[in-house]
Design a protein around this ligand. Structure first.
Ligand code: C5P
Ligand code: C5P
Length: 466
């Protein structure tokens, strides 16, 4: 099959290299991708180093070293091939492993991209895993981290589980012994660490009438309806993973009844979860989705190498630091949600938006946008704008730049919404640039274009839905 053939070719090129540089993205999938590739390459005794960027664009290209190493661009690069060419990188120096839409150009770079073969539910870490497996058959221990990347990039969301090649990776992990598949579990985030009533009340897909955003009512359902004591004997709160199958069934049937009574479909109430038996109970590393949040917490707060070390097995200093990053991340996201709700969004016919100026960093506004959408009108895609902050000494370069993040949901995508196309068109028109996916996209635009931008995006979204 094409994807595996391309992965084989990439593996051969990598094995011939004397040294390699991995250039990856700071989100969960980017960090997982880097960790998979770095381990596979260093096991071949090839010298390898890594560079993380928040986005591959002219200003971050300077972080790509000018040396003889093979440059492996992963979770980015497909959409920025002209940039690589402008930098003077030759065909032999570059491999792109990506799952973003490829730029329509005739650059010569070799690329492994699931989209070339129609795999929309395979993230960069997943593609990187197939390359790693072609480097050496014994790299199946890395399936676990590849699954974290896939889940982190929401590849399991639409079908309530991973499908296609991403599901094959799960099977490899099961065979290896570091993944357990839990079928027909509650489709909810936080099954390993969150107190049960909070876990239920955070459910937004599906939106459960009376329970979503209502922890007290969730507690009532658990205690008085299902008869479950939500505190353990040692005074700790119960988590979903603590429940026995009968208790789980009892809760799920009560939630299903709520949906049924409200005339809502129940088909998304259950999902597949990926549990890691080699991680401690109650640890955020215990399942793929919570592990992915931890990676996002590290990467989006400019500590991607800490997340990567955790992926590679560090349960000492890097793990402690990532726990701190996770607490901080959650606190700021909570504040951002409150800010969005308190300040209110501006609603246009096909879009809702808010400018948070410099109150929240550009690296997290996308996550905040996605979470806020569950508390707002889900029919209107959400756009958050903010000023770009730079951490490096050349921060002034970014003074005139606005970062835009957009999120929508599967239902709107089915109705024709394509945020990637909308932001690409609207940002290029004002001299900026953007991209991403139908469901989640981002862009950079000049501050001077801010005024008209929302109207332009709204118009494109209107055209998409007609
Ligand atoms: O593709 P990329 O990794 O750069 O995506 C970054 C963000 O887009 C992540 O925060 C992820 O949650 C979101 N995303 C999404 N649904 C997808 C793909 C990405 O929500 N299908
Ligand atoms: O930054 P954010 O999480 O909102 O990014 C969502 C998606 O948009 C990601 O897939 C990211 O790679 C993409 N993006 C892009 N160009 C930008 C900003 C984000 O392609 N300038």
């Amino acid at each position: 099959m094409g994807l595996y053939r391309d992965a084989q070719e990439a593996a051969e090129k990598i094995k011939e290299a004397e040294s390699a540089t991995i250039i990856s993205h700071i989100d969960a999938d980017g960090i997982a991708s880097e960790a998979v590739m770095r381990q596979a390459i260093s096991r071949e005794a090839i010298d390898v180093k890594s560079v993380f960027v928040r986005q591959l664009e002219p200003l971050t290209m300077k972080h790509v070293p000018e040396d003889d190493s093979l440059k492996i661009f992963i979770d980015l690069g497909a959409g920025q091939q002209n940039l690589l060419e402008e930098r003077g990188l030759s065909e032999n120096e570059v491999i792109i492993i990506d799952h973003h839409i490829s730029q329509d150009t005739d650059t010569p770079y070799f690329q492994v991209n699931g989209l070339n073969y129609g795999y929309e539910k395979l993230s960069a870490a997943g593609i990187g895993y197939f390359v790693a497996k072609k480097i050496d058959d014994s790299n199946t221990d890395l399936a676990k981290i590849a699954v974290v990347g896939n889940v982190g990039d929401m590849m399991a969301r639409e079908h309530c589980g991973l499908i296609g090649p991403a599901r094959e990776i799960v099977e490899d992990g099961v065979m290896h012994g570091n993944i357990i598949v839990k079928e027909n579990e509650l489709n909810c985030y936080g099954i390993s660490t969150r107190p049960l009533h909070f876990c239920l009340s955070y459910s937004d897909d599906p939106y459960i009438p009376g329970i979503t955003n209502n922890a007290r009512e969730a507690e009532n359902l658990l205690r008085y309806d299902a008869g479950i004591d939500i505190k353990k004997r040692n005074g700790k709160w119960l988590v979903w993973e603590d429940l026995n199958p009968e208790e789980k069934r009892s809760i799920i049937s009560r939630l299903a009844l709520r949906l049924y009574n409200a005339g809502e479909p129940t088909d998304r109430l259950m999902a597949e979860h990926y549990i890691f038996p080699d991680e401690f109970r109650y640890s955020p590393l215990r399942n793929a989705s919570e592990f992915a949040t931890m990676l996002n917490a590290c990467g989006r707060w400019i500590k991607p190498k800490t997340g990567s070390a955790v992926c590679c097995g560090d349960r000492g200093e890097a793990y402690r630091e990532s726990e701190y990053m996770l607490r901080h991340h959650r606190k700021i996201i909570r504040e951002m949600m409150e800010y969005i709700i308190d300040n209110g969004v501006t609603e246009l016919s096909h879009l809702q938006y808010l400018h948070v100026e410099d109150k929240f960093p550009d690296t997290i506004v996308g996550i905040g946008a996605g979470m806020a959408l569950s508390k707002l009108n889900w029919r209107l895609p959400i756009m958050i704008l903010c000023y770009l902050r730079d951490e490096n000494e050349e921060g002034k370069d970014y003074d005139d730049v606005v970062k835009v993040s957009m999120r929508t949901n599967e239902r709107m995508v089915r109705e024709g919404v394509d945020l990637q196309a909308a932001l690409q068109i609207a940002s290029e028109k004002v001299g900026g640039g953007g991209g991403g996916h139908k469901i989640a996209a981002g862009a950079y635009i000049p501050r001077s274009a801010e005024g008209e931008f929302a109207e332009n995006v709204n118009r494109i979204l209107r055209e998409q839905s007609s």
